[in-house]
Design a protein around this ligand. Structure first.
Ligand code: BG6
Length: 492
């Protein structure tokens, strides 16, 4: 099967922070793949902006280097590299000073009212300056869009400041708040699975679902992001955005249509139905952890504090939470969330664990009748597994077995799945905000997270230590086992 590529309209994309890590590791490789795939028209332009002075050629050389691993030895990609680099330009600008902005605006406006995307891959502290200057220099034209990255604040109040600032220069319909988890193939497939099949939706409620687990486990540690990460921690870095967005996709009501506001309205309802966790429940319902030295990816790794070079940080690198969605559909169904750095393996998955059958007709020699599970794996090996009970094949009496009906996307479709950023960048160009967070969603997510942060502040407990390469602190296992359940382990 081949993937169908629909070209987008010609555009200019300006990346503020064009020499930064995100630009070089994700955005430019993503754009290159889309170009190589024929999705980006030839007269489009990509302009890197940063403070340092350098020529277009210097910038192209830097991007060329960053693309080396993407191109590899693949001749079809090699052939596309030079024409892609030709589309690149560079502009030195200081977001906090007016100097150079007029010339920058004039250069952009030479191409009339084409689609212009401004990607703010910078510290949020520069968002106000950049947006104000874009507007002041006439760059907020009809087809302009602005993309902002997390962290959108560190709590409700600071998120409102950022949203107000960006909102004062651009209309909400022009603002694309990116959460790259929404661009992952399986997340969109979850919508297809739920709403393009009759099988699951009748069972998708507290009558048939026992609980849901959402795990985003990483093996990496601080990755040179100490400055940001230590002021953030796993709750702000991962739960407030990625895990809550996944929770919304699993639990929202069917939207009336696959349209941006219809989908986002449903997600918002979920966020507003999350049961608040305050100081009284936090000790019971949340677990914070921080990794110590151990082994990861086949080698010894230092603990968080050593990596950080300080021994007084209480920042959590792991968090597990028992959440509940207080609405008609999900009353009484726990949503167990966990995420952490330096865990045993890199795996992100959503597990919908169904209730057991009400009565077993089988003799005890048949073995236990295990409950069905639907496992949606986001990474690695994207795919879906539906765990079913079947009869152990062959003679020798009726014995039951729990086996997965396995659909690995790579095997089933044999195509390169575009990375999340590739897909989302093309959605921005098309002006489709369905997979981006609306202001009220971001704010509702913070409203649930704020009291947890406040509770942790009140409790003043140090994060629980866990060994790098493990599955987190034992308290996270206790969190779910207390309820007579266990974290899913893929035995197949
Ligand atoms: C980012 C977080 O949003 O997501 C990082 O800031 C994290 O800390 C990353 O490593 C994980 O993304 P992915 O796509 O590699 O699972």
């Amino acid at each position: 099967m081949t993937a169908k590529t629909v070209p987008v309209d010609t555009f200019d994309l300006v990346i503020f922070g064009g020499t930064g890590d995100l630009a070089l590791r994700k955005l430019l490789p993503g754009l290159f793949r889309r170009y190589a795939d024929g999705q980006i028209p030839e007269d489009s332009r990509i302009i890197g902006v940063a403070r340092d002075k350098q020529s277009n050629d210097d910038y192209r050389a830097k991007v060329n280097e960053a693309l080396a691993s993407v191109v590899g030895g693949e001749p079809s990609l090699q052939a596309k590299l030079a024409p892609f680099l030709e589309k690149l330009g560079y502009h030195a600008l200081d977001a906090t000073k007016d100097e150079g902005w007029q010339a920058f605006a004039e250069e952009l406006l030479t191409h009339g009212d084409r689609i212009r995307v401004f990607y703010l891959s910078t510290s949020p502290s520069l968002f106000v300056d950049i947006c104000t200057r874009l507007k002041a220099h006439g760059l907020n034209t009809g087809k302009a869009r602005v993309v902002i990255e997390k962290p959108i604040g560190k709590d409700s109040a600071s998120a409102a400041v950022i949203n107000d600032a960006v909102g004062s220069a651009f209309a909400e319909s022009q603002i694309f708040r990116i959460d790259h988890y929404l661009g992952k193939e399986t997340v969109q497939n979850l919508m297809a699975l739920r709403f393009a099949n009759i099988l699951f939706e009748p069972l998708w409620n507290s009558n048939y679902v026992d609980h849901v687990q959402i795990t985003v486990a990483e093996t990496v540690g601080l990755e040179k992001r100490a400055g940001y990460y230590d002021t953030s921690g796993a709750l702000r870095d991962m739960v407030q955005n990625h895990l809550l967005q996944l929770l919304c996709m699993v639990s929202m009501e069917p939207p009336a249509a696959m349209e941006a506001d219809a989908v986002r309205d449903e997600k918002l309802k979920v966020l507003r139905s999350l049961r608040p966790i305050d100081a009284e429940d936090a000790a019971q319902l949340t677990v914070r952890g921080q990794y110590r030295a151990g082994a990861s990816n086949g080698g010894a790794v230092p603990g968080y504090l050593t990596e950080l070079g300080r021994n007084d940080s209480r920042t959590e690198t792991f968090v597990a939470i028992k959440a509940e969605v207080d609405n008609w559909r999900w009353a009484g169904v726990p949503f167990y969330l966990r995420t952490g750095k330096r865990l045993s393996e890199r795996v992100s998955e959503i597990v919908v664990a169904f209730r057991p059958v009400p009565h077993s007709i089988f003799e005890h020699t048949a073995g236990p009748v295990m409950a069905n599970k639907l496992v949606l794996r986001l990474q690695p090996d994207e795919g879906v597994k539906l765990w079913l009970m079947i009869k152990d094949p062959g003679p020798g009496g009726l014995r039951l077995q729990h086996v997965p009906l396995d659909m690995s996307f790579a095997e089933a479709f044999g195509v390169h799945q575009p990375e999340a950023y590739e897909r989302l960048l093309m959605d921005v160009v098309r002006g489709n905000p369905t997979l981006f967070m609306r202001r009220d969603e971001v704010e509702a997510a913070w409203k649930w997270v704020d009291p947890i942060l406040a509770a942790w502040e009140t409790l003043r407990e140090a994060p629980k230590p866990y060994t790098a390469g493990s599955w987190g602190p034992s308290a996270a296992v206790a969190l779910i086992e207390r309820d007579g359940r266990t974290w899913h382990e893929d035995a197949a």
